[in-house]
Design a protein around this ligand. Structure first.
Ligand SMILES: Cc1cc2nc3c(=O)[nH]c(=O)nc-3n(C[C@H](O)[C@H](O)[C@H](O)COP(=O)(O)OP(=O)(O)OC[C@H]3O[C@@H](n4cnc5c(N)ncnc54)[C@H](O)[C@@H]3O)c2cc1C
Length: 352
């Protein structure tokens, strides 16, 4: 079989990469081994314009956020699903300092933040003694709907193979690659954590980061917003189901859910939420993060028929559409990839 591109991995990166190739009328096969738990599958899909204790804007917020909104809306239209919803985040201040920081940022004119006028609106649902603010222009990308819908579409079009990629079966030629029965112009890896051991990319400064989440039924809690107080409590598409997370561990012994996280999150929810709730699941996965906290995007500087779209870290929902599009435009029209994301910046490292 002859195609333009072979894409390894159908997480959020492989999904948007194949979407943008489709829009350019390119042919491709997406190969994925259908792991039960992946970061894309357990992510809440939250797109938050501000970050950290200082409530500063996320990297490239002005470009990436509107781009992501449009990208999810368009792919959703193509598939006949709702792939994204705008939902503001209600930020319940966990302490006096955080409250002060938030209100200072509002005074400074930060347009993403507002001192929420209806301070008592959530009294029936939550315990909060220090008030709350609102983070506007936030979104939830419904990855639990989008990823299976895109996979179904690829299967219908004969563009999907469910199997594990085996590096030893990859043959490289100057102008094409061959993998089993597939011949393609290029192979592009969107395989998350697997790239960390890929012989072509393992030199890159990846920095795996583990995160856990609880899946909680909360009958009666309105689903129009995301709630935050230390943890984030985000509505999922199933009735009454919410996602509670997460933690960020740079050092860990195993990839599995831990009793410590479960207990800490349950205790927190007991103190915060006034409504009865039931924990129905607990999952953990490892984010494909990077030391510099910037993605890895582009063609291998010394092997032009191998590419990478990875390193989305904690922000895959917002960064993946933007950089998938940049990679496609780079391959087809030689448009520039943001230098802070382009793997060219590791040219020397990748020549070893
Ligand atoms: C608990 C948690 C919460 C998160 N919450 C958010 C959030 O709210 N917002 C946000 O923006 N980000 C969030 N993230 C981060 C986000 O999930 C990641 O940045 C993103 O999912 C990475 O997507 P990816 O496509 O690069 O990788 P992955 O999701 O890992 O996808 C890789 C795909 O490749 C396939 N694959 C791997 N190896 C092979 C192989 N050898 N052969 C075939 N297939 C293979 C896998 O099956 C998988 O489908 C969260 C992450 C975690 C862990």
């Amino acid at each position: 079989m002859q195609v333009d591109y072979l894409i390894v991995g159908q997480g959020i990166c492989g999904t948007f990469l194949s979407y943008y190739f489709l829009k350019e009328n390119k042919t491709f096969i997406v190969l994925d081994r259908n792991e039960e738990i992946t970061p894309s599958k357990i992510s809440a899909g939250i797109i938050n314009p501000v970050t950290g204790r200082r409530m500063v804007r996320v990297w490239m917020a002005e470009q990436v956020l509107p781009f992501a909104h449009e990208a999810y809306r368009d792919i959703g239209q193509l598939l006949g699903i709702t792939a994204i919803s705008q939902k503001s985040i209600i930020d319940f201040f966990p302490n006096a300092h955080q409250r002060q920081v938030f209100l200072e940022r509002v005074e400074e004119g930060e347009q993403y933040l507002s001192a929420y006028p209806e301070q008592n609106q959530f009294n029936f649902f939550f315990n909060y003694h220090l008030g709350c603010g609102e983070i506007r222009h936030s979104y939830i990308a419904h990855l639990e709907i989008l990823l299976p819908a895109w996979k179904r579409r690829l299967i219908e079009n004969g563009q999907f193979l469910e199997e594990s990629f085996e590096m030893q079966k990859l043959l490289l030629n100057d102008s094409f690659i061959r993998y089993k029965h597939i011949t393609a112009e290029k192979i592009i890896f969107c395989d998350g954590l697997s790239s960390f051991t890929n012989p072509f990319f393992k030199q890159l400064p990846f920095a795996p980061n583990k995160g856990e989440a609880l899946f909680v039924e909360v009958p009666g809690l309105p689903k129009e917003r995301i709630y935050k107080k230390g943890f984030l409590l985000a509505p999922l598409s199933d009735e009454n189901l919410f996602w509670l997370g997460s933690n960020y561990q740079w050092s860990f012994d195993h990839p599995h859910p831990t009793k410590e996280f479960y207990q800490q999150a349950e205790l927190h929810l007991n103190a915060w939420l006034k409504l009865p709730f039931k924990i129905v699941d607990h999952k953990a996965s490892i984010r494909p993060a990077t030391l510099e906290r910037r993605p890895f995007v582009g063609l291998h500087p010394h092997q032009k028929n191998i590419g990478l779209l990875n390193g989305m870290g904690t922000k895959g929902s917002s960064l993946a559409p933007f950089f998938a599009n940049q990679l496609v435009k780079n391959i087809l029209y030689h448009e520039e990839i943001n230098p802070l994301a382009n793997i060219n910046r590791f040219q020397k490292m990748l020549s070893r």
